[in-house]
Ligand binder design. Structure first.
Ligand SMILES: *Cc1c(COP(=O)(O)O)cnc(C)c1O
Length: 355
C-alpha cells in the first residue's frame, strides 16, 4: 500500500524527488569531487535559486551544514560571546537555549504561553543581549510567531542580532531580510528531501560579529565556524565533503517550486491549513492546541485529541496515512499534521475522511 507521510519531519518526499534522484544517479552525482567545477556549479546554482525563491538579498551568504541543531550551535559559536536571549514556545526553542548554555553562554529565555496572547508586544530584551534567538515555527507545539512581531522586536533592539529557526515554516514563510541577520532550516520538512542537510542564511552584520569575536580571541569553533564556511563559500565550496547528492536534489526541488511560484505555494498552504483546522472545528470534539489563531501554524498543525492520539494514528495508518504523535509529554494528547508543499489538497481530503 502506498503510504502518505503527514509527519512533521521527516515528512512526505516532494513528488519530483524520485525523478531527480534517478537522474542524479545516472549522472554519478555521489561520485563527483567536491573540489571540482561540477560541484561548484551545483553550489552556485542552488544558492542563487534559493536567494530568488526566498527573496534573500545579494549580500547574504548561504552555507551548507548537516542539521538544524548544528545551525543553532554554529550560530552561538560564531555570533555570541557571552549573552543570548531566547524566545521559547516549545522543545526546539528550549533545545537552542540548552545548546547556548552548554557552550558556556549566559542564555536567558522568555517562555511564551501556549496561546501566545500578544506577549511579545511589550517584551523587554535584556540590555547586554548580543543575539535574539527565535523559533519562528515551533514544531513541537504548533505555535508560529508572525513575522511582523519579530520585525517589531528587531526594530526595538536594532543593536542586537536577530536569528530565526525556520525549519518547519520554509518555504511558506515570507521574510523581510532587512530585519533578520541569521535564518536556518534543514531540508527534510518543507522541502520534502532526505535528512542530513541544512542551510544557514547569514547576513553581513552576523559576519561582522564573527570577525569581532576573532579579533577578541574568542573561540568560535573550527571547520564550521562562519569564518571558515564563508572563506570556502566564496569559492562555491564547503570545508568538508558535503552531502552533494542532497544539495543537487535541493536545487532541483527549488527549481520546481520556482516554476509553480512561491505565491501559489503560499496560497495553497493557506487554503489547505484552513481546510484542516475547519474540519476539526466542525466535525470533531478535538481542537487546535494553539488557541490564538494569529499564532497558529499553517505548516505544522497541532491538534489536541483528548488522549486519543495513539488510537487515531493507528486507524489512519491502516489506510496508509502516517500522521505525527504529540511531542514529548504530549505524545498521547496531540496529533501533529504537516502541511508542506508535498501534501496535495486531494491527499488532505482523503486523510481527513479517515479521522
Ligand atoms: C526538526 C526541527 C529542528 C531540528 O532539525 P534537525 O535537522 O533534526 O537538526 C529544529 N527546529 C525546528 C523548529 C524543527 O522543527
Amino acid at each position: 500500500m502506498q503510504k502518505i507521510y503527514f509527519t512533521v519531519g521527516p515528512s512526505q518526499v516532494y513528488p519530483t524527488v524520485y525523478k531527480h534522484l534517478d537522474r542524479a544517479m545516472k549522472k554519478d552525482i555521489p561520485s563527483i569531487s567536491h573540489r571540482g567545477t561540477q560541484f561548484k556549479e551545483i553550489f552556485a546554482g542552488t544558492t542563487e535559486d534559493l536567494k530568488k525563491l526566498m527573496n534573500i538579498p545579494a549580500d547574504f551568504q548561504i552555507f551548507f551544514v548537516s542539521s538544524a541543531l548544528e545551525c543553532m550551535e554554529r550560530t552561538m559559536q560564531s555570533c555570541c560571546q557571552n549573552t543570548s536571549f531566547h524566545i521559547v514556545a516549545g522543545s526546539f526553542g528550549k533545545a537552542w537555549a540548552n545548546i547556548a548554555t552548554q557552550l558556556g553562554k549566559n542564555a536567558q529565555s522568555f517562555v511564551i504561553q501556549n496561546n501566545g496572547e500578544d506577549e511579545l508586544n511589550g517584551l523587554k530584551v535584556p540590555e547586554k543581549t548580543e543575539i535574539i534567538c527565535i523559533t519562528q515555527n515551533e514544531t513541537s507545539t504548533g505555535l508560529c510567531i508572525p513575522m511582523d512581531k519579530i520585525i517589531d522586536l528587531k526594530k526595538r533592539n536594532d543593536n542586537k542580532l536577530m536569528a530565526i529557526d525556520i525549519v518547519s515554516s520554509v518555504p511558506y514563510v515570507s521574510i523581510d531580510f532587512k530585519y533578520i541577520d541569521i535564518a536556518f532550516f534543514s531540508v527534510q520538512k518543507g522541502f520534502g528531501l532526505p535528512a542530513g542537510l541544512a542551510v544557514l542564511i547569514i547576513g553581513p552584520k552576523a559576519l561582522e560579529k564573527t570577525e569581532k569575536l576573532i579579533k577578541k580571541n574568542v573561540q568560535i569553533g573550527s571547520y564550521h565556524s562562519f569564518k571558515n564556511l564563508f572563506e570556502k563559500a566564496k569559492d562555491y565550496q564547503t570545508p568538508e565533503t558535503p552531502n552533494v547528492l542532497n544539495i543537487y536534489l535541493l536545487n532541483s526541488v527549488i527549481k520546481d517550486m520556482q516554476k509553480i511560484g512561491i505565491n501559489k505555494i503560499r496560497k495553497d498552504t493557506d487554503k489547505k491549513s484552513k481546510i484542516i483546522y475547519d474540519f476539526f472545528k466542525k466535525n470533531t470534539k478535538y481542537s487546535p492546541f494553539i488557541k490564538n489563531p494569529i499564532y497558529r501554524s499553517k505548516t505544522t498543525l497541532v491538534i489536541d485529541v483528548l488522549g486519543k492520539s495513539g488510537e487515531l494514528r493507528k486507524k489512519l495508518a491502516k489506510s496508509g496515512f502516517i500522521i505525527g504523535a504529540g511531542y514529548g509529554a504530549n505524545k498521547e494528547n496531540h496529533i501533529r499534521i504537516a502541511n508542506f508543499p508535498a501534501h496535495s489538497l486531494k491527499d488532505i481530503h482523503a486523510m481527513l475522511k479517515h479521522i
